[in-house]
Structure formats: structure tokens, C-alpha cells
Design a binder for this molecule. Structure first.
Ligand SMILES: *[C@@H]1O[C@H](CO)[C@@H](O)[C@H](O)[C@H]1NC(C)=O
Ligand SMILES: *[C@@H]1O[C@H](CO)[C@@H](O)[C@H](O)[C@H]1NC(C)=O
Ligand SMILES: *[C@@H]1O[C@H](CO)[C@@H](O)[C@H](O)[C@H]1NC(C)=O
Ligand SMILES: *[C@@H]1O[C@H](CO)[C@@H](O)[C@H](O)[C@H]1NC(C)=O
Ligand SMILES: *[C@@H]1O[C@H](CO)[C@@H](O)[C@H](O)[C@H]1NC(C)=O
Length: 769
């Protein structure tokens, strides 16, 4: 069978909306799709062989309410159709929206919406109702939903655009676009635009492009326009179609088209005379209708441009500032004029007119301030020679009160260590003491000037005092250590080079000469502030400890010339090749080291002696402790205590007993105040050791508990005031030579044998130990 195509003209009630060509084909699936998507294929009649299907009227209008009975939109036909054959549908909406009856009629059961689904793809099959056997191959077909104008154009929300003021006519402001859901290939989906107002300023074309109609848009007059725009489908067809309106905001952007003008004809400011340079005096307010970023005024100052400066402020006004300090006493007021100019991109009509203030007068009143004294210089620079001076005056400072009051000024130097004093009235600076450049070569002195009134203002000046040099220092030798003579040195060898140093500055050239001729060395002045020492004859040996001293006279060449004679000790050394020192015999240093060694030895000996003495002392104390009972020690202590009182201590002694003993010469060892006192008496009176020894002996013989003989040494400490007199061997020599050696007992146990040898009773000493 041949495949057929169908043409159908679609009509909306009342008018021809257009012609829709629908191709119905009997073809294999893919080809059908292709055919429908490609408009050029629509008019083509496609022919297929071996196909026995036939389609008819396969399109349906959208938005049609379902009818009863359902509307037939087409018919399936197949050459294999028999009364026992049945059609079946499958695919989009099959058996729900679209059904097929036994005759092959396709019925629609629902209202369709093209904007929801515009094409339904279905497959038809034919089978035997009894055997369910398929009678022909399945075939696909489409049902096209035809559009009606059921949607209105829709604008996006909040549309706005902008254009600079004074833009030329025809400039594009913005584009608007409304969308319509209907088929865009038909009038139903096409949109046209129209301005509802503002048509004197703007226009809109069919694309929705808004343009200006005038170049006189002025932000300063109106910065924003709201214009109403209508969008309508079915453009070109009046009274038909759906429409929508929106309000579009058109902002007018600012450009610099207005000039700046002064807000006032005169500006007045007061400025204190002590204001610092850079001080912001004030602002000359300026009028400029443009937005701040488009204001660009420039200012010109017509007089006193060296004193004042005017610049654009942050607010684009004129900021007036001070360039130099003012002085009320010089000028009390400044009057000058200032111009404001502005280069504008385009001229606003407002820029013309006789009343525009582009020039203003500025009046600055200087306010008087009490000012501190002003020195004639902030830094004074004086110099004076070091050393003794004839005239102590260095120079003078001067300061004045700049105010009209003109107070007297007094000068002072606050630093008490300053070597300079200032005359409080005249400002003369003079030296307090002699200066030494080599100690301190310059001084910075602060001089104070203050108004000679209570609470007067102060100011300060610096005085830089440079101490000038005089040649007052003699040169000294340098490099002396590098001069030595080697045993192997041949005559003529330069054995070293010496230099000189002088604390004074710029002391010319040093001159070197030998103060004393030397048979062994010669000296050559190198005329470059050094001198070389040359060997005249060899034969030096480290074995001969002879000191080689060269006396060199150095003159510093200054005025007055200063000279010094320096002793250069030359070492004799043992050297290797190229005068490399191996060992030196340095006399001066050897002498030094000998004395050092001696000193060290002396120290060691002293320390040794001290150590030995300490050891001995310890041993002695130990023996005493070991050999004496604690009771005896106690006794000894008691006696030492009493001894402090001497003769005058009547508590410790019974002086009457003592006196009586002296008077009658007799002594009874009876019940004395103390054993000690009793023991003393005889010797005290007679001055005779024999007497005392006798008493002592008796006592020892009769009283075994008495004091040991050793304690006789107590008498030795009685002192000159003692009635007992001296115990010295000279005085007591007459009483027997065997008693002269009592002091041996004082010397401790080590001298016991000696004491025994010199006449002390052996039995007594034995018992005491
Ligand atoms: C018709 O087609 C539908 C879907 O393809 C299927 O479910 C149904 O069984 C078919 N009817 C017959 C009688 O073959
Ligand atoms: C246009 O109409 C809108 C709405 O009525 C109004 O807000 C707007 O100001 C008008 N614009 C002009 C330029 O007249
Ligand atoms: C100060 O005086 C010294 C010597 O009198 C001079 O060398 C120096 O340049 C002077 N300095 C100033 C700052 O005047
Ligand atoms: C003072 O004078 C000396 C010598 O001219 C100079 O080196 C020094 O910088 C000066 N000091 C001041 C503070 O000017
Ligand atoms: C010169 O050197 C010799 C040793 O070499 C010495 O004996 C003599 O005293 C020296 N002469 C002088 C003037 O130092």
C-alpha cells in the first residue's frame, strides 16, 4: 500500500491563525520523528513499501473539553484488518487519553495542554481477537496538539536600567523581554512591546530595546524615570492577543556637568600666631550640584600663596592651611581672594549666569600669643683652644622676647657639670676651667633663655663648643716589641721598624734620632713616620745576659715641637731561617719574672709557715685537753677573770691583807679570801721571787689539793701597777739564778723538761701534770 499525507488548515473560531502542516506518515519509528522535526520534510510525501498501515487526522486541539461521546481524531487502518482483528495502542497516553475502538477510530478522552505536552508518541498493533496472534508489525505514529493563544506574555520582576545624563538621543538605555508560553512559531507565542507613557523621552522597538529620544536628560532635574511598558502577543493584530504591563525604572547617572561655586562671598578665619605650618585653618564651602565623585574643583590663591595653601578637601570644598608660621608682631591680618574653577565634561545650563560665585575673599586675622624668647640662632658654634687660657670668653648668645611686651631675657646653663658659664644678662659664655682636647674634644651645651618675670616663658639654644688642639703631648714609641736581634743576624740586617704615636691631632711628621750613639745598632728615619733599626755588627748571643737598650728621640714636628726620648730594649733571640724566632733572651722581662717568682716563693713560704703554726697550735691544745682535768681548766678560768681587776679590785683581793703583809714582812698562809690572793702577797711585798717560791713550796708540801706549781705564771701578768713588782729575771736575779726560768712554764708542756732542768722541783711539776 501507498502511504498518504494529509493537509489541514487550522482555524480558531473567527479567524485564520495560520496554516499548520502536519505530516502523517506510515513509516518506521525513527523516520517518523525525523520527518516531524524537520519542517522541510512536512510537505514531502514519503513512500514506504510493505507497509499496510494508514493514518488519518492525527492532531488534536489543546484546551478542548472532553466530549460525549469522545471525539474521534483519526482512524487506524490496516490492510490485514478483518472483523476478528483488533487494534491496540501503546505509548504516551495510550488507552487513557487516547483509545482505539474496534473500527480503528482513535478517540480522545481528556483536555490537552500544548504547553504541557505538545506531541504524543504512540504505537499501534493489530492482532487476532481469538488467537491473540499479531497480524501485522507494530507501527508508531504521533498525535500533535495544536496551539491556541491561551498564555499571556510575562515580564521578569524588577526591571531597571540606567543611562548617563546628557547622553545623545538614540542611546540605548536597556532591553526588556517578556516571555510567552504559547507556541513561539505562531503569533500566539510572539510578543510585541509598547511604551504606555514617557513616550516623549523614550522609545521601545519590537525587540524590547529602550532608547532615549532626547539628549536633555538631566540628573540634577530628575534622576529617575518610571515608565510603563506593555507586552502583547499576536503583535500587529489589534484588539486581539494577551498583554502584560510592567513598570521599568530608568536611573539617570551623574556626570560632571556642573561647575563649583563658592557659597559665600567672604570667608573669615582667626589663626593663632603660634600655629604650626600645616595647620588646617578652615574650609571654604563650595556649591556643586554634581555627585561628590564628579566634583573636581580647583582653587587658586591670588596673594600670600607663600603663606597659605588651599586644596580640595575630602568633601570637595576648599581646605585652607598654613604654610609658614605667622607672626602677629609682623602682620595682624591677611586679606586675599581665592578662585574656584572646575573643568566639566559637558556644560549644564546651570553653569551660566551672572550670580555664579567663582571668586571669594578670605580674611585671616592673626591672634597674638605670648611667645617664648627667640634666640638669634638655634645652634651656636664656638671653638676654643685647649690648655691654659688668657681670655675665658668663648662667645655670646642672645635671645629676644618677640612679643610686644618685650620682657628682659636672662640666660642660664642648667647642667652643673658644664665647663662653661653664661653671663645671665649679657649672654657671654666663658670657661670655668681649662679644657683638654685629648679628654673631650667637643661639648654640646644647652643655654636657657627665660623672660625675666615670674612664670616667664623659656626657650633653649644649643651651643656646640669645639675644643681646638694645641701641641701639648709628646710622641710615644710604637711597635717597640717587634725589634729583636737574632744570633745569626749579619751586620746590616734591619732588625725592626718602630713608629710613633701622638695624642694631639695633626702633629705633622715624626722625626727619629738616636739619643745616644750605639756601637751595635744604627737608626734610619724612613721619613714616613717610621724608623728602621739596623744591626752594625753581629756576634750577639743569648748566653750573654747583657741588656741592649737603644735611646731614641722622637720629635713630633708640631708647634711648639714636642720631643720625647724613649728607651727601646732589644731582645737577643735564637732564630731559625728568615729570622723566625725560636727563643729570646729578654732582659727586662726576665728580671720581671725573677721578682715574680720570688714573690710567689715568698707567698708559698708564708703559707707553709702559717700552716705549720696552726698544726702546732692544734697539737698543743689537744695535749692540754688530754692531760688536764676539767676541774683544773675551770680553776684557770676563774683566775683569769679575777686578774682583770688588778690591784683596785677589792672584791677579788683582800688588799688589807696584802698591805699588812708588806708592813710586817710576815705571812701566814691562813684563811685568806682566796688561795690565789694568799699566794701572791709575799712576792708582792718583798719583790722577791724566793719568798714566793718558798710559800709556794710550803703550800705544795702541806696541801696536796693546792694549786699546781705551774700557776705561778699568773704573777707575770700583774702589770706595772702591781705591788708585786716586776717578775723579770733582771729584777729578780739577786734572789737566785734557778728562779729566772719560771717563764719556761708558760711555754707549755713541751718546755716542761727545760723548766725542770732550770730548777723547778721535779716532784711538784710531776704532780701538776
Ligand atoms: C494492548 O496493549 C497494552 C499495552 O501495550 C497491553 O497491556 C494489552 O495487553 C494489549 N491488549 C491486547 C488485547 O493485546
Ligand atoms: C508612567 O506611569 C507609571 C504608572 O502609572 C507612573 O508611575 C510613572 O510615573 C509614569 N511615568 C511617566 C514618565 O509619566
Ligand atoms: C662649627 O665650627 C667648626 C669650627 O669652628 C666648623 O668646623 C664647623 O663646620 C661649624 N659647624 C657648623 C654647623 O657651623
Ligand atoms: C659640633 O661641632 C663638631 C665639629 O665641628 C661637629 O662634628 C659636630 O657634629 C657638631 N655638633 C652639632 C650638634 O652640631
Ligand atoms: C754591643 O754588643 C756587645 C755584645 O755583642 C756588648 O758586649 C756591648 O756592650 C754592646 N755595646 C753597646 C754599646 O751596647
Amino acid at each position: 500500500m501507498m502511504k498518504q499525507s494529509a493537509w489541514r488548515q487550522m482555524t480558531e473560531p473567527g479567524f485564520w491563525a495560520g496554516v499548520l502542516v502536519v505530516l502523517c506518515t506510515l513509516s518506521v519509528g525513527a523516520d517518523v520523528h525525523q520527518a516531524l522535526k524537520t519542517p522541510s520534510m512536512l510537505s514531502k510525501v514519503l513512500q514506504r513499501h510493505k507497509r499496510d498501515w494508514k493514518w488519518d487526522k492525527l492532531y488534536v486541539h489543546e484546551e478542548m473539553p472532553p466530549k460525549h461521546p469522545p471525539e474521534k481524531i483519526g482512524k487506524l487502518e490496516n490492510t490485514y484488518f478483518t472483523p476478528s482483528a483488533r487494534y491496540n495502542l501503546s505509548g504516551d497516553g495510550a488507552n487513557k487519553i487516547f483509545t482505539v475502538n474496534d473500527n480503528g477510530d482513535i478517540l480522545v478522552h481528556a483536555k490537552l495542554d500544548r504547553e504541557e505536552k505538545s506531541i504524543y508518541r504512540l504505537t499501534a498493533s493489530l492482532f487476532n481477537v481469538d488467537s491473540k496472534k499479531q497480524l501485522d508489525q507494530d507501527d508508531s505514529f504521533v498525535i500533535v496538539v495544536l496551539d491556541i493563544n491561551d498564555n499571556s506574555p510575562v515580564f521578569p520582576p524588577d526591571i531597571s536600567g540606567s543611562i548617563s545624563e546628557s547622553s545623545r538621543a538614540g542611546s540605548v538605555v536597556m532591553s526588556v523581554k517578556a516571555t510567552d508560553a504559547d507556541d513561539p512559531t505562531t503569533q500566539n507565542g510572539m510578543v510585541g512591546y509598547k511604551l504606555l507613557n514617557g513616550t516623549d523621552l523614550f522609545s521601545i522597538n519590537y525587540n524590547g530595546e529602550i532608547r532615549t529620544l532626547t539628549s536633555s536628560l538631566d540628573r540634577e532635574k530628575q534622576s529617575q524615570y518610571l515608565i510603563a511598558i506593555q507586552a502583547k502577543d499576536m503583535p500587529g493584530v489589534n484588539q486581539r492577543g494577551n498583554s502584560a504591563t510592567t513598570i521599568v525604572t530608568v536611573n539617570i547617572n551623574d556626570i560632571n556637568d556642573n561647575i563649583a561655586t563658592f557659597k559665600s562671598r567672604e570667608y573669615r578665619f582667626n589663626v593663632k600666631e603660634d600655629s604650626e605650618p600645616g595647620y588646617q585653618i578652615g574650609v571654604l564651602a563650595v556649591e556643586d550640584k554634581d555627585e561628590i565623585q564628579n566634583k573636581d574643583p580647583t582653587f587658586t590663591i591670588h596673594k600670600f600663596g607663600e603663606v597659605f595653601d588651599i586644596k580640595q578637601s575630602n568633601t570637595k570644598d576648599g581646605a585652607l592651611s598654613l604654610k609658614v608660621p605667622l607672626d602677629y608682631e609682623t602682620l595682624k591680618a591677611y586679606v586675599f581672594s581665592v578662585n574656584v574653577d572646575e573643568h566639566t565634561v559637558s556644560k549644564s545650563p546651570d553653569n551660566r549666569g551672572p550670580n555664579l560665585l567663582t571668586r571669594a575673599q578670605v580674611v585671616i586675622n592673626v591672634i597674638d600669643v605670648d611667645e617664648p624668647p627667640v634666640f638669634s640662632q638655634t645652634l651656636y658654634n664656638f671653638s676654643i683652644y685647649e690648655g691654659p687660657f688668657k681670655n675665658p670668653i668663648i662667645g655670646a648668645v642672645s635671645a629676644k622676647d618677640p612679643d610686644a611686651t618685650a620682657y628682659k631675657i636672662r640666660y642660664s646653663i642648667e647642667d652643673p657639670n658644664c665647663p662653661v658659664v653664661v653671663d645671665p644678662v649679657q649672654g657671654h659664655l666663658s670657661l670655668k676651667k681649662q679644657l683638654d682636647r685629648e679628654e673631650e674634644s667637643s661639648y654640646t651645651i644647652q643655654v636657657t633663655a627665660h623672660e625675666d618675670v615670674p612664670n616667664g616663658l623659656k626657650s633653649y639654644a644649643k651651643v656646640n663648643l669645639t675644643v681646638l688642639d694645641i701641641n701639648d703631648n709628646a710622641p710615644v714609641l710604637t711597635n717597640g716589641n717587634g725589634v729583636y736581634v737574632c744570633e745569626s743576624d749579619k751586620p746590616g740586617t734591619i732588625i725592626g721598624t718602630v713608629g710613633a704615636h701622638d695624642k694631639d691631632e695633626n702633629s705633622g711628621r715624626f722625626r727619629f734620632t738616636l739619643a745616644k750613639k750605639s756601637s751595635n745598632f744604627s737608626l734610619t728615619d724612613n721619613r714616613d713616620n717610621t724608623a728602621s733599626i739596623k744591626l752594625k755588627q753581629g756576634g750577639f748571643s743569648t748566653e750573654h745576659s747583657v741588656e741592649h737598650v737603644l735611646e731614641i728621640e722622637i720629635a713630633d714636628g708640631g708647634t711648639p715641637e714636642q720631643k720625647s726620648t724613649e728607651r727601646l730594649t732589644i731582645k737577643v733571640c735564637m732564630c731559625q731561617a728568615e729570622r723566625q724566632v725560636e727563643y729570646c733572651m729578654a732582659y727586662a722581662q726576665t728580671g720581671m719574672s725573677v721578682s715574680a717568682i720570688l714573690a710567689i716563693l715568698l707567698c708559698i713560704v708564708t703559707i707553709l709557715v702559717i700552716v705549720i703554726l696552726m698544726v702546732l697550735r692544734r697539737r698543743y691544745q689537744k695535749e692540754v685537753l688530754v692531760t688536764k682535768s676539767s676541774g683544773e681548766i675551770h680553776e684557770q678560768l676563774v683566775r683569769y677573770d679575777e686578774e682583770g681587776g688588778g690591784e683596785m679590785d677589792t672584791n677579788g683581793y683582800d688588799v688589807s691583807i696584802l698591805s699588812s703583809a708588806c708592813n710586817d714582812g710576815s705571812f701566814r698562809p691562813a684563811t685568806g679570801p682566796s688561795l690565789y690572793a694568799v699566794v701572791k702577797k709575799p712576792s708582792a711585798c718583798k719583790g722577791d721571787m724566793a719568798m714566793m717560791i718558798e710559800v709556794k713550796k710550803d703550800e705544795a708540801d702541806h696541801d696536796r689539793d693546792g694549786i699546781p706549781y705551774d700557776t705561778l705564771h699568773i704573777y707575770g701578768y700583774e702589770g706595772s701597777e702591781s705591788l708585786a713588782g716586776s717578775l723579770s729575771s733582771l729584777d729578780s736575779s739577786s734572789s737566785g739564778s734557778n728562779l729566772d726560768y719560771d717563764f719556761l712554764h708558760e711555754w707549755g708542756p713541751r718546755f716542761r723538761t727545760l723548766a725542770q732542768l732550770y730548777g723547778v722541783d721535779g716532784s711538784d711539776t710531776d704532780s701538776s701534770d
